[in-house]
Design a protein around this ligand. Structure first.
Ligand code: PLP
Length: 459
Protein backbone atom coordinates (compact mmCIF):
# COMPACT_ATOMS: atom_id res chain seq x y z
CA UNK A 1 0.00 0.00 0.00
CA UNK A 2 1.38 3.39 -0.87
CA UNK A 3 1.48 6.19 1.68
CA UNK A 4 -1.47 7.92 0.01
CA UNK A 5 -3.93 5.22 -0.98
CA UNK A 6 -4.99 1.66 -0.17
CA UNK A 7 -5.53 -1.10 -2.76
CA UNK A 8 -9.02 0.10 -3.55
CA UNK A 9 -7.99 3.68 -4.08
CA UNK A 10 -9.22 5.35 -0.89
CA UNK A 11 -6.75 7.89 0.41
CA UNK A 12 -5.48 7.56 3.95
CA UNK A 13 -7.39 10.66 4.91
CA UNK A 14 -10.59 9.14 3.51
CA UNK A 15 -9.89 5.93 5.41
CA UNK A 16 -9.42 7.88 8.62
CA UNK A 17 -12.76 9.57 8.02
CA UNK A 18 -14.45 6.23 7.29
CA UNK A 19 -12.93 4.79 10.46
CA UNK A 20 -14.00 7.77 12.52
CA UNK A 21 -17.54 7.43 11.18
CA UNK A 22 -18.02 3.65 11.38
CA UNK A 23 -15.45 1.89 13.53
CA UNK A 24 -16.15 1.37 17.24
CA UNK A 25 -12.77 0.97 18.96
CA UNK A 26 -12.22 -1.21 22.04
CA UNK A 27 -11.59 0.56 25.35
CA UNK A 28 -11.60 3.99 23.66
CA UNK A 29 -13.33 7.20 24.66
CA UNK A 30 -15.51 8.19 21.71
CA UNK A 31 -14.62 11.81 22.47
CA UNK A 32 -10.97 11.07 21.69
CA UNK A 33 -11.93 9.85 18.24
CA UNK A 34 -14.17 12.83 17.65
CA UNK A 35 -11.30 15.18 18.48
CA UNK A 36 -8.71 13.55 16.26
CA UNK A 37 -8.86 10.87 13.57
CA UNK A 38 -7.35 7.46 14.39
CA UNK A 39 -3.67 6.94 13.71
CA UNK A 40 -3.46 4.39 10.89
CA UNK A 41 -0.71 1.80 11.31
CA UNK A 42 -0.11 0.01 8.02
CA UNK A 43 3.24 -1.67 8.36
CA UNK A 44 5.52 -3.28 10.91
CA UNK A 45 8.87 -5.02 11.05
CA UNK A 46 10.98 -6.31 13.93
CA UNK A 47 10.22 -4.08 16.93
CA UNK A 48 8.86 -1.18 14.87
CA UNK A 49 5.41 -0.22 13.61
CA UNK A 50 4.83 2.44 10.98
CA UNK A 51 2.04 4.52 9.55
CA UNK A 52 1.41 7.95 8.05
CA UNK A 53 5.13 8.26 7.37
CA UNK A 54 6.08 7.75 11.02
CA UNK A 55 8.09 4.84 12.45
CA UNK A 56 7.71 3.96 16.13
CA UNK A 57 9.69 1.63 18.41
CA UNK A 58 6.99 -0.56 19.91
CA UNK A 59 8.03 -1.36 23.46
CA UNK A 60 4.59 -2.90 24.02
CA UNK A 61 4.76 -5.59 21.30
CA UNK A 62 1.26 -4.52 20.23
CA UNK A 63 -0.69 -5.46 23.34
CA UNK A 64 2.06 -7.60 24.85
CA UNK A 65 1.69 -10.24 22.17
CA UNK A 66 4.13 -9.86 19.26
CA UNK A 67 6.83 -11.86 21.02
CA UNK A 68 8.76 -12.97 17.91
CA UNK A 69 8.58 -9.48 16.41
CA UNK A 70 6.63 -8.12 13.45
CA UNK A 71 6.77 -9.07 9.80
CA UNK A 72 8.33 -12.55 9.99
CA UNK A 73 8.35 -14.03 6.48
CA UNK A 74 8.28 -17.59 7.81
CA UNK A 75 5.01 -16.83 9.65
CA UNK A 76 3.51 -15.30 6.51
CA UNK A 77 4.56 -18.27 4.37
CA UNK A 78 3.25 -20.75 6.91
CA UNK A 79 -0.12 -19.01 6.97
CA UNK A 80 -0.33 -19.00 3.17
CA UNK A 81 0.65 -22.65 2.86
CA UNK A 82 -1.72 -23.71 5.62
CA UNK A 83 -4.59 -21.81 4.03
CA UNK A 84 -3.90 -23.46 0.69
CA UNK A 85 -3.79 -26.90 2.26
CA UNK A 86 -6.96 -26.51 4.34
CA UNK A 87 -8.64 -23.13 4.53
CA UNK A 88 -11.06 -24.23 7.24
CA UNK A 89 -12.65 -27.16 8.87
CA UNK A 90 -14.26 -27.41 12.28
CA UNK A 91 -13.23 -29.63 15.16
CA UNK A 92 -16.67 -30.63 16.42
CA UNK A 93 -17.85 -34.26 16.52
CA UNK A 94 -14.47 -35.98 16.69
CA UNK A 95 -12.99 -34.33 13.61
CA UNK A 96 -9.55 -32.75 13.71
CA UNK A 97 -6.86 -31.46 11.38
CA UNK A 98 -3.09 -32.06 11.26
CA UNK A 99 -1.93 -28.67 12.55
CA UNK A 100 -4.38 -28.55 15.48
CA UNK A 101 -3.43 -32.10 16.41
CA UNK A 102 0.28 -31.27 16.32
CA UNK A 103 -0.22 -28.05 18.29
CA UNK A 104 -2.15 -29.79 21.06
CA UNK A 105 0.72 -32.29 21.39
CA UNK A 106 3.38 -29.58 21.41
CA UNK A 107 1.56 -27.54 24.06
CA UNK A 108 1.18 -30.65 26.22
CA UNK A 109 4.93 -31.33 25.85
CA UNK A 110 5.88 -27.82 26.91
CA UNK A 111 3.29 -27.40 29.65
CA UNK A 112 3.94 -28.16 33.32
CA UNK A 113 3.79 -31.88 34.12
CA UNK A 114 0.36 -33.46 33.98
CA UNK A 115 -1.20 -30.71 31.86
CA UNK A 116 -1.97 -32.79 28.81
CA UNK A 117 -5.39 -31.81 27.49
CA UNK A 118 -5.90 -28.74 25.33
CA UNK A 119 -9.03 -26.90 24.17
CA UNK A 120 -8.67 -24.18 21.50
CA UNK A 121 -10.48 -20.85 21.29
CA UNK A 122 -9.76 -17.51 19.63
CA UNK A 123 -8.93 -14.98 22.35
CA UNK A 124 -7.82 -14.78 25.94
CA UNK A 125 -11.34 -13.80 26.97
CA UNK A 126 -12.83 -16.84 25.25
CA UNK A 127 -10.25 -19.10 26.89
CA UNK A 128 -11.10 -17.75 30.35
CA UNK A 129 -14.82 -17.88 29.59
CA UNK A 130 -14.34 -21.51 28.60
CA UNK A 131 -12.62 -22.14 31.93
CA UNK A 132 -15.55 -20.62 33.84
CA UNK A 133 -17.89 -23.07 32.14
CA UNK A 134 -15.48 -25.98 32.57
CA UNK A 135 -15.23 -25.29 36.29
CA UNK A 136 -19.01 -25.42 36.71
CA UNK A 137 -19.13 -28.57 34.65
CA UNK A 138 -16.30 -30.14 36.68
CA UNK A 139 -17.92 -29.59 40.09
CA UNK A 140 -21.34 -30.67 38.85
CA UNK A 141 -19.78 -33.84 37.44
CA UNK A 142 -18.21 -34.42 40.88
CA UNK A 143 -21.63 -34.12 42.50
CA UNK A 144 -20.90 -30.70 44.03
CA UNK A 145 -23.09 -28.25 42.04
CA UNK A 146 -23.04 -25.76 44.93
CA UNK A 147 -19.31 -25.17 44.41
CA UNK A 148 -19.77 -22.14 42.15
CA UNK A 149 -18.08 -19.06 43.62
CA UNK A 150 -14.96 -17.85 41.83
CA UNK A 151 -12.24 -15.91 43.63
CA UNK A 152 -10.38 -13.19 41.82
CA UNK A 153 -8.16 -10.31 42.92
CA UNK A 154 -8.12 -6.54 42.95
CA UNK A 155 -6.37 -5.23 39.82
CA UNK A 156 -7.17 -8.43 37.89
CA UNK A 157 -7.78 -8.43 34.14
CA UNK A 158 -9.15 -11.62 32.62
CA UNK A 159 -11.11 -10.46 29.59
CA UNK A 160 -14.00 -8.68 27.98
CA UNK A 161 -16.88 -11.14 27.73
CA UNK A 162 -19.65 -10.61 30.26
CA UNK A 163 -18.47 -13.35 32.61
CA UNK A 164 -14.76 -12.57 32.35
CA UNK A 165 -15.46 -8.85 32.82
CA UNK A 166 -16.98 -9.77 36.17
CA UNK A 167 -13.60 -11.25 37.14
CA UNK A 168 -11.82 -7.98 36.53
CA UNK A 169 -10.59 -5.88 39.42
CA UNK A 170 -10.98 -2.44 37.89
CA UNK A 171 -14.33 -0.95 39.07
CA UNK A 172 -14.49 1.24 35.93
CA UNK A 173 -14.84 -1.91 33.81
CA UNK A 174 -17.61 -3.37 36.00
CA UNK A 175 -19.80 -0.35 36.68
CA UNK A 176 -21.14 0.25 33.13
CA UNK A 177 -22.55 -3.28 33.14
CA UNK A 178 -23.80 -3.43 36.74
CA UNK A 179 -21.37 -6.23 37.51
CA UNK A 180 -20.17 -5.10 40.93
CA UNK A 181 -22.36 -7.54 42.89
CA UNK A 182 -24.29 -10.79 42.54
CA UNK A 183 -22.01 -12.25 39.93
CA UNK A 184 -20.86 -15.22 42.03
CA UNK A 185 -17.43 -13.66 41.99
CA UNK A 186 -15.57 -12.55 45.12
CA UNK A 187 -12.51 -10.32 45.19
CA UNK A 188 -9.47 -10.59 47.44
CA UNK A 189 -6.40 -8.43 47.86
CA UNK A 190 -3.59 -8.45 45.30
CA UNK A 191 0.05 -8.80 46.42
CA UNK A 192 0.58 -5.13 45.59
CA UNK A 193 2.77 -3.90 48.41
CA UNK A 194 3.84 -0.65 46.80
CA UNK A 195 0.26 0.63 46.50
CA UNK A 196 -1.52 -1.17 49.32
CA UNK A 197 1.18 -2.21 51.76
CA UNK A 198 0.99 0.86 54.01
CA UNK A 199 3.52 0.51 56.82
CA UNK A 200 3.83 -3.28 56.44
CA UNK A 201 7.04 -4.79 55.12
CA UNK A 202 6.67 -6.38 51.67
CA UNK A 203 6.74 -9.83 53.32
CA UNK A 204 4.07 -8.95 55.87
CA UNK A 205 1.94 -7.61 53.04
CA UNK A 206 2.07 -10.63 50.76
CA UNK A 207 1.36 -12.92 53.68
CA UNK A 208 -1.73 -10.84 54.50
CA UNK A 209 -2.77 -10.93 50.83
CA UNK A 210 -2.52 -14.73 50.85
CA UNK A 211 -4.29 -14.94 54.22
CA UNK A 212 -7.12 -12.90 52.69
CA UNK A 213 -7.77 -15.80 50.33
CA UNK A 214 -7.96 -18.33 53.15
CA UNK A 215 -10.20 -16.02 55.21
CA UNK A 216 -12.50 -15.49 52.24
CA UNK A 217 -12.80 -19.23 51.59
CA UNK A 218 -13.65 -19.84 55.26
CA UNK A 219 -16.17 -16.97 55.25
CA UNK A 220 -17.92 -18.25 52.10
CA UNK A 221 -17.59 -21.92 53.02
CA UNK A 222 -15.14 -24.08 51.06
CA UNK A 223 -18.10 -26.16 49.88
CA UNK A 224 -19.24 -23.10 47.88
CA UNK A 225 -15.92 -21.99 46.41
CA UNK A 226 -15.10 -23.46 43.01
CA UNK A 227 -11.85 -21.85 41.88
CA UNK A 228 -9.39 -19.03 42.18
CA UNK A 229 -8.10 -17.12 39.13
CA UNK A 230 -4.61 -15.61 39.13
CA UNK A 231 -2.60 -13.80 36.50
CA UNK A 232 0.92 -14.72 37.63
CA UNK A 233 1.91 -11.13 36.82
CA UNK A 234 -1.02 -8.69 36.85
CA UNK A 235 -0.02 -7.17 33.56
CA UNK A 236 -2.82 -4.90 32.41
CA UNK A 237 -3.13 -3.03 35.70
CA UNK A 238 0.53 -2.07 36.02
CA UNK A 239 2.73 -5.19 35.91
CA UNK A 240 2.22 -6.18 39.54
CA UNK A 241 4.87 -8.83 40.15
CA UNK A 242 4.21 -11.31 42.96
CA UNK A 243 6.84 -11.56 45.68
CA UNK A 244 8.63 -14.89 46.02
CA UNK A 245 6.57 -17.26 48.11
CA UNK A 246 3.16 -15.72 47.41
CA UNK A 247 1.96 -17.91 44.52
CA UNK A 248 3.15 -21.19 46.12
CA UNK A 249 1.19 -20.10 49.22
CA UNK A 250 -1.90 -19.43 47.08
CA UNK A 251 -1.53 -22.94 45.67
CA UNK A 252 -1.22 -24.43 49.17
CA UNK A 253 -4.40 -22.67 50.30
CA UNK A 254 -6.34 -23.73 47.19
CA UNK A 255 -5.29 -27.36 47.67
CA UNK A 256 -6.16 -27.28 51.37
CA UNK A 257 -9.74 -26.21 50.63
CA UNK A 258 -10.23 -28.16 47.41
CA UNK A 259 -10.47 -25.00 45.31
CA UNK A 260 -9.22 -25.20 41.72
CA UNK A 261 -6.36 -22.89 40.82
CA UNK A 262 -6.47 -21.26 37.38
CA UNK A 263 -3.33 -19.58 36.02
CA UNK A 264 -4.26 -17.00 33.42
CA UNK A 265 -1.02 -17.10 31.43
CA UNK A 266 -2.45 -15.10 28.53
CA UNK A 267 0.38 -12.58 28.91
CA UNK A 268 3.02 -14.61 30.75
CA UNK A 269 2.68 -17.88 28.79
CA UNK A 270 5.15 -18.84 26.08
CA UNK A 271 8.19 -17.15 27.53
CA UNK A 272 7.54 -13.60 28.68
CA UNK A 273 8.96 -14.24 32.16
CA UNK A 274 11.98 -16.16 30.85
CA UNK A 275 10.45 -19.62 31.26
CA UNK A 276 7.86 -21.18 29.00
CA UNK A 277 5.28 -20.58 31.71
CA UNK A 278 5.26 -18.27 34.72
CA UNK A 279 4.35 -21.26 36.87
CA UNK A 280 8.01 -22.27 36.50
CA UNK A 281 9.23 -18.73 37.22
CA UNK A 282 7.23 -18.42 40.43
CA UNK A 283 7.29 -22.07 41.57
CA UNK A 284 3.63 -23.04 41.62
CA UNK A 285 1.31 -25.38 39.75
CA UNK A 286 -2.17 -24.65 38.54
CA UNK A 287 -4.96 -27.08 37.67
CA UNK A 288 -5.90 -25.17 34.54
CA UNK A 289 -4.04 -22.55 32.53
CA UNK A 290 -5.02 -20.28 29.69
CA UNK A 291 -2.79 -19.09 26.85
CA UNK A 292 -3.39 -16.58 24.09
CA UNK A 293 -1.29 -13.60 23.03
CA UNK A 294 2.15 -15.24 22.80
CA UNK A 295 0.74 -18.45 21.33
CA UNK A 296 0.77 -16.94 17.84
CA UNK A 297 2.65 -13.72 18.67
CA UNK A 298 -0.58 -11.96 17.71
CA UNK A 299 -0.24 -12.91 14.02
CA UNK A 300 -3.61 -14.66 14.15
CA UNK A 301 -6.28 -15.01 16.83
CA UNK A 302 -5.85 -18.24 18.76
CA UNK A 303 -5.99 -19.20 22.42
CA UNK A 304 -5.86 -22.38 24.44
CA UNK A 305 -7.13 -23.83 27.70
CA UNK A 306 -4.75 -26.43 29.10
CA UNK A 307 -6.14 -28.87 31.65
CA UNK A 308 -4.38 -31.07 34.14
CA UNK A 309 -5.24 -34.76 33.64
CA UNK A 310 -7.05 -34.82 36.99
CA UNK A 311 -9.48 -32.19 35.77
CA UNK A 312 -9.78 -33.54 32.24
CA UNK A 313 -10.52 -37.05 33.47
CA UNK A 314 -13.63 -35.77 35.28
CA UNK A 315 -14.77 -33.51 32.46
CA UNK A 316 -14.27 -36.24 29.90
CA UNK A 317 -15.59 -39.09 32.00
CA UNK A 318 -18.01 -41.62 30.52
CA UNK A 319 -20.61 -40.26 28.13
CA UNK A 320 -20.19 -36.62 29.21
CA UNK A 321 -20.44 -34.08 26.41
CA UNK A 322 -18.71 -30.74 26.90
CA UNK A 323 -21.48 -28.49 25.55
CA UNK A 324 -19.19 -25.72 24.40
CA UNK A 325 -17.10 -24.69 21.40
CA UNK A 326 -16.51 -22.11 18.72
CA UNK A 327 -16.87 -22.35 14.94
CA UNK A 328 -13.18 -21.53 14.61
CA UNK A 329 -11.86 -23.60 17.57
CA UNK A 330 -8.69 -25.39 16.41
CA UNK A 331 -8.68 -23.51 13.11
CA UNK A 332 -6.05 -25.19 10.89
CA UNK A 333 -4.44 -21.93 9.75
CA UNK A 334 -4.27 -20.45 13.25
CA UNK A 335 -2.79 -23.67 14.59
CA UNK A 336 -0.17 -23.76 11.81
CA UNK A 337 0.89 -20.20 12.63
CA UNK A 338 1.08 -21.00 16.35
CA UNK A 339 3.25 -24.04 15.57
CA UNK A 340 5.60 -21.87 13.49
CA UNK A 341 5.70 -19.26 16.23
CA UNK A 342 6.76 -21.84 18.84
CA UNK A 343 9.26 -23.25 16.35
CA UNK A 344 10.84 -19.78 16.04
CA UNK A 345 10.93 -19.34 19.83
CA UNK A 346 12.72 -22.69 20.11
CA UNK A 347 15.13 -22.41 17.16
CA UNK A 348 16.22 -18.90 18.13
CA UNK A 349 16.38 -19.70 21.84
CA UNK A 350 14.21 -16.66 22.55
CA UNK A 351 12.83 -17.83 25.89
CA UNK A 352 16.37 -18.49 27.18
CA UNK A 353 17.38 -15.10 25.81
CA UNK A 354 14.66 -13.44 27.89
CA UNK A 355 15.84 -15.24 31.03
CA UNK A 356 19.60 -14.97 30.69
CA UNK A 357 20.42 -11.99 28.51
CA UNK A 358 17.89 -9.42 27.40
CA UNK A 359 15.59 -9.70 30.45
CA UNK A 360 18.38 -8.92 32.96
CA UNK A 361 19.63 -6.11 30.70
CA UNK A 362 16.10 -4.65 30.47
CA UNK A 363 15.83 -4.76 34.29
CA UNK A 364 19.22 -3.12 34.77
CA UNK A 365 18.55 -0.30 32.32
CA UNK A 366 15.04 0.44 33.59
CA UNK A 367 16.30 0.50 37.17
CA UNK A 368 18.28 3.60 36.21
CA UNK A 369 14.95 5.49 35.99
CA UNK A 370 14.17 4.86 39.66
CA UNK A 371 16.04 7.97 40.81
CA UNK A 372 13.87 10.35 38.78
CA UNK A 373 11.53 12.39 40.98
CA UNK A 374 8.33 11.07 39.37
CA UNK A 375 9.30 7.41 39.66
CA UNK A 376 8.20 5.57 42.79
CA UNK A 377 9.05 2.02 41.81
CA UNK A 378 10.37 0.12 38.80
CA UNK A 379 9.25 -3.52 38.66
CA UNK A 380 10.56 -5.99 36.10
CA UNK A 381 10.39 -9.70 35.42
CA UNK A 382 11.69 -11.16 32.16
CA UNK A 383 10.46 -8.76 29.49
CA UNK A 384 7.63 -7.07 31.31
CA UNK A 385 7.97 -3.96 33.39
CA UNK A 386 5.85 -1.51 35.35
CA UNK A 387 7.04 1.96 36.24
CA UNK A 388 4.89 3.40 39.01
CA UNK A 389 4.67 7.19 39.17
CA UNK A 390 4.22 9.10 42.41
CA UNK A 391 3.84 12.64 43.65
CA UNK A 392 5.90 11.83 46.75
CA UNK A 393 8.56 9.14 46.82
CA UNK A 394 8.60 8.85 50.63
CA UNK A 395 4.87 8.47 51.24
CA UNK A 396 4.27 6.72 47.89
CA UNK A 397 1.38 9.17 47.30
CA UNK A 398 -0.02 9.29 43.76
CA UNK A 399 -1.22 12.05 41.52
CA UNK A 400 -4.99 11.82 41.02
CA UNK A 401 -5.69 9.42 38.14
CA UNK A 402 -7.74 12.20 36.46
CA UNK A 403 -4.52 14.22 36.14
CA UNK A 404 -3.44 11.62 33.59
CA UNK A 405 0.25 11.95 34.42
CA UNK A 406 1.06 8.53 32.94
CA UNK A 407 -0.79 9.39 29.74
CA UNK A 408 1.20 12.61 29.48
CA UNK A 409 4.46 10.70 29.94
CA UNK A 410 3.54 8.07 27.38
CA UNK A 411 2.44 10.79 24.96
CA UNK A 412 5.78 12.55 25.44
CA UNK A 413 7.53 9.22 24.73
CA UNK A 414 5.36 8.69 21.64
CA UNK A 415 6.32 12.08 20.27
CA UNK A 416 9.93 10.93 20.61
CA UNK A 417 9.16 7.72 18.69
CA UNK A 418 8.60 5.12 21.45
CA UNK A 419 5.38 3.30 22.35
CA UNK A 420 4.76 2.45 26.01
CA UNK A 421 1.41 1.89 27.74
CA UNK A 422 -0.09 4.08 30.43
CA UNK A 423 -2.38 2.31 32.87
CA UNK A 424 -3.61 4.11 35.97
CA UNK A 425 -0.48 5.43 37.64
CA UNK A 426 1.82 2.97 35.90
CA UNK A 427 3.66 2.83 32.63
CA UNK A 428 3.94 -0.69 31.28
CA UNK A 429 6.56 -2.02 28.88
CA UNK A 430 6.28 -5.44 27.28
CA UNK A 431 8.64 -5.51 24.24
CA UNK A 432 9.15 -8.28 21.67
CA UNK A 433 11.68 -10.97 22.69
CA UNK A 434 13.94 -9.91 19.81
CA UNK A 435 14.39 -6.40 21.20
CA UNK A 436 18.06 -5.44 21.06
CA UNK A 437 20.26 -3.88 23.72
CA UNK A 438 20.41 -0.74 21.60
CA UNK A 439 16.63 -0.52 21.31
CA UNK A 440 16.32 -0.85 25.08
CA UNK A 441 18.93 1.90 25.52
CA UNK A 442 17.00 4.15 23.14
CA UNK A 443 13.67 3.47 24.85
CA UNK A 444 15.07 4.12 28.33
CA UNK A 445 16.68 7.38 27.17
CA UNK A 446 13.36 8.49 25.71
CA UNK A 447 11.48 7.54 28.87
CA UNK A 448 13.96 9.51 30.99
CA UNK A 449 13.41 12.56 28.78
CA UNK A 450 9.63 12.14 28.80
CA UNK A 451 9.51 11.73 32.60
CA UNK A 452 11.70 14.80 33.07
CA UNK A 453 9.61 16.86 30.67
CA UNK A 454 6.38 16.07 32.52
CA UNK A 455 8.04 16.54 35.93
CA UNK A 456 9.18 20.00 34.82
CA UNK A 457 5.74 20.82 33.47
CA UNK A 458 3.91 20.02 36.71
CA UNK A 459 6.29 21.29 39.35
N1 PLP B 1 -6.07 -12.38 30.43
C1 PLP B 1 -5.07 -11.50 30.55
C2 PLP B 1 -4.08 -11.69 31.66
C3 PLP B 1 -4.94 -10.43 29.66
O1 PLP B 1 -3.95 -9.54 29.82
C4 PLP B 1 -5.88 -10.32 28.61
C5 PLP B 1 -5.78 -9.22 27.64
O2 PLP B 1 -5.02 -8.30 27.78
C6 PLP B 1 -6.92 -11.25 28.54
C7 PLP B 1 -6.98 -12.28 29.45
C8 PLP B 1 -7.96 -11.14 27.46
O3 PLP B 1 -7.40 -11.52 26.25
P1 PLP B 1 -8.11 -11.07 24.86
O4 PLP B 1 -7.97 -9.61 24.77
O5 PLP B 1 -7.35 -11.85 23.84
O6 PLP B 1 -9.53 -11.51 24.95
Amino acid sequence: MSQETDQEGASLIELQEIDQKHHIHPFTAASALRQAPPFLIDGASGCYVSGQGIKLLDMMAGLGCVNVGYGRKEMVNTAAEAMQALSYYHSFSAVSNPTAAALSGLIANLAPEGMNRVFFANSGSEANETVLKLIRYYWRSKGKPEKKIILTRDYAYHGSTLATTALNGNPAMLEPYGLETETGIERVRAPYWYRQGGSDTPEQHWKKAAQDIEDKIIELGAENVAAMFVEPIQATMGAIIPPEGYLPEVERICRKYNVLLVADEVVTGLGRTGHWFAQETFGFKADIMTLAKGLSSGYVPISAVVLHDDIASVVEDGENIFQHGFTTSAHPVMAAVALRNIDILMKEGLVDRVRTDIGPYFAKKLASLADLPLVGEVRTCGLIAGIELVSDKTTRAQYPIEAGICSHVSQAALLRGVIVRPTGNNIVLCPPFIVTHKEIDAAVDVLAEALTEIENAIK
